[in-house]
Design a protein around this ligand. Structure first.
Ligand code: DC
Length: 225
């Protein structure tokens, strides 16, 4: 059977995961949040008190890391680190920074590549990340580059943190988004960039429903979904 792959890349806070999760449920595809996999390594590095910027130290711990994913009854993608469910822990704000740092190391990216490709070989997937259309699934039938202005992304994230009961000043959230944009686009290996054959969708002026409709229209035009 030929499986369909939809690759969605873009900067932090563009709404990739919320939109991709919703559309995957609608199409009955498997949603794969690849950021969660990098976050799992980032979390391990944080727990071990290793400098995430030190490639040698991070590479040295990779053989100790066993990452598994499963999909719960709740439809959530659960991440397991050496047998422990770390789905909640990997969302801690400090883990974002660690994930961004460790993801710049080529051995980390190589370590995770096959795991991501295997999922696409066995399922219809909507996979989101930074290098899915460019590196992980270069033959994906649909590639979308989802973006929005840094200010719009920071505002959405700020609002989400407020609603979750973990508020942070808007300026801090914006600075964090800008720092991650810088790291993700300037690393030497698999930097964030739009694949040549990706459709660009800028949601700065769109609400969730408009973004969802636009994304779904792009996918349905490419595949008979
Ligand atoms: O999507 P996210 O914010 O959960 O991702 C966390 C970090 O992982 C992000 O700073 C960049 C990195 N990442 C990556 O380098 N490649 C991917 N395919 C997904 C995420």
């Amino acid at each position: 059977m030929k499986y369909i792959s939809v690759a969605i890349d873009g900067p932090s806070g563009a709404g990739k995961s919320t939109l991709a999760k919703d559309i995957a449920a609608h199409l009955n595809y498997l949603y794969v949040d690849t950021g969660a996999i990098y976050r799992t390594i980032g979390y391990y590095v944080l727990c071990r008190k290793i400098d995430p910027a030190c490639e040698e130290a991070v590479t040295a711990i990779l053989p100790q890391v066993d990452i598994k994913m499963s999909y719960g009854e709740d439809g959530l993608q659960h991440m397991y680190l050496n047998g422990q469910d770390v789905t909640r822990e990997i969302r801690l704000p400090e883990v974002s920074y660690y994930a961004s740092c460790v993801s710049a190391h080529p051995p980390v990216r190589a370590f995770l590549l096959e795991m991501q490709r295997q999922l696409a070989r066995e399922n219809h997937v909507i996979m989101d990340g930074r290098d899915i259309g460019t590196v992980v699934l270069p033959d994906a039938q649909v590639k979308i580059y989802l973006t929005a202005s840094p200010e719009a992304r920071a505002y959405r994230r700020w609002r989400e943190l407020e609603q979750r009961g973990t508020p942070q000043p808007y300026g801090t959230v914006l600075a964090d988004i800008q720092a991650r944009d810088y790291n993700d686009t300037n690393r030497s290996v698999a930097p964030l960039r739009q694949a040549e054959d990706a459709v660009r969708l800028d949601t700065t002026e769109m609400n969730f429903q408009q973004s969802r409709d636009a994304l779904l229209a792009i996918i349905c035009e490419k595949v008979d979904a």
